[in-house]
Design a protein around this ligand. Structure first.
Ligand code: SAM
Length: 317
């Protein structure tokens, strides 16, 4: 059994982690103005999952407005809000949730700094539209003097040997030896069944996704808040990096999962996919199943014809 880490049930400024079982608005109302440096969350998407009633889109937006407005009140000057969302699906049509929520954030005077595309490779296979393989994180700041440290989240340079070819630095290496800015398209594996962090929750954040935000948008000991906490990932990303975490969750079974995971994380025992780990490459890993059967077997004439039309190489017979 891991040692019990102290998790408070109510917000107090000197706690390390606070887990509120219940509605996020009740949690937010108990937090003083401007106490929080980073608010990061993935709200329910109104898809009728077990933890949400499917609402009319206007009602959904109004519910979100209440939460976002309270988040704005507790957010410190120079702090950030990151809302991670995908799409509603209505009669087969998609509605990007960030487009619906943008006016709420901007109406509060928050400034958007990035619309980060979170690209992943696994999900539902669609038959009447292209399969969705990204969601977004809309990042807003309160004020212009905001915390942003890119160094802890730099990624390896593509061409580290590149040199200046003219000007006063000609011949010197031109790139930053700490790595490059990761840009606003992040490929991070989503938490599906083979992911080391997978629990019973249907839509968990990967820890590494939130760690990028925690490391770049907060300082040690700052508060990170997640109003829709699920399995506790945002608190985990915070405490793994010396920050404090607070969140609310309505379902008891996810509160229990969050407690267990936070305790494991505090003891350094939670299995986590590390931030710098490259995305799995089946070819590089020598996976079998890489040979397409229709390239060696001509019992599939229709597929072969299709491939002959679309591939630049000859089909083996
Ligand atoms: C999209 S999931 C978030 C999962 C989370 N990012 C994680 O890593 O596990 C949304 C969560 O919000 C919870 N929830 C829904 N309405 C809530 C409310 N009003 N207050 C607090 N939690 C709520 C749901 O039970 C669900 O677990």
């Amino acid at each position: 059994m891991p040692k019990q880490f102290s998790i408070a049930q109510k917000f107090t400024p000197d706690a390390r982690a606070v887990l509120h079982e219940g509605d996020c608005l009740d949690m937010l109302r108990a937090i003083p103005n401007e106490a929080i440096q980073l608010i990061v969350t993935s709200p329910p998407y109104n898809l009728g999952k077990e933890y949400e009633a499917k609402l009319h889109v206007d009602v959904y937006v109004e519910e979100q407005r209440k939460v976002i407005t309270e988040c704005f009140r507790v957010l410190a000057d120079g702090g950030s809000i990151c809302w991670q969302v995908g799409n509603f699906v209505e009669d087969g049509a998609i509605i990007p949730i960030d487009t619906l929520l943008y006016p709420i954030f901007s109406g509060l005077g928050l400034k958007m700094r990035n619309r980060i595309v979170w690209h992943f490779e696994h999900g539902l296979h669609c038959s009447r539209r292209l399969s969705g393989r990204y969601e977004t994180i809309i990042w807003f700041t309160k004020g212009d003097k905001y915390v942003f440290n890119v160094d802890p989240i730099r990624v390896p340079q593509k061409y580290p040997g590149k040199k200046y070819f003219r000007g006063p630095k000609v011949g010197q290496y031109s790139c930053n030896p700490l790595g490059k800015n990761p840009g606003d398209v992040w490929t991070v594996p989503n938490v599906k069944s083979n992911h080391v962090e997978k629990t019973g929750h249907p839509c968990q954040f990967p820890v590494e996704l939130i760690e990028r935000l925690v490391l770049s948008l907060t300082q040690v000991n700052d508060w990170v808040l997640d109003p829709f906490l699920g399995t506790g990932t945002s608190i985990i990303a915070a405490i793994r990096n010396g920050r404090r975490g607070v969140g609310a969750e309505i379902l008891r079974k996810y509160i229990e999962l969050a407690k267990t995971r936070i305790n494991l994380a505090a003891n350094g025992e939670l299995p986590v996919r590390p931030m710098a780990k490259p995305v799995f490459d089946p070819k590089y890993a020598g996976k079998n199943l890489l040979t397409a059967p229709w390239l060696v077997d001509d019992t599939l004439p229709e597929q072969s014809i299709l491939l002959e039309k679309t591939t630049p190489y000859r089909i083996r017979k």
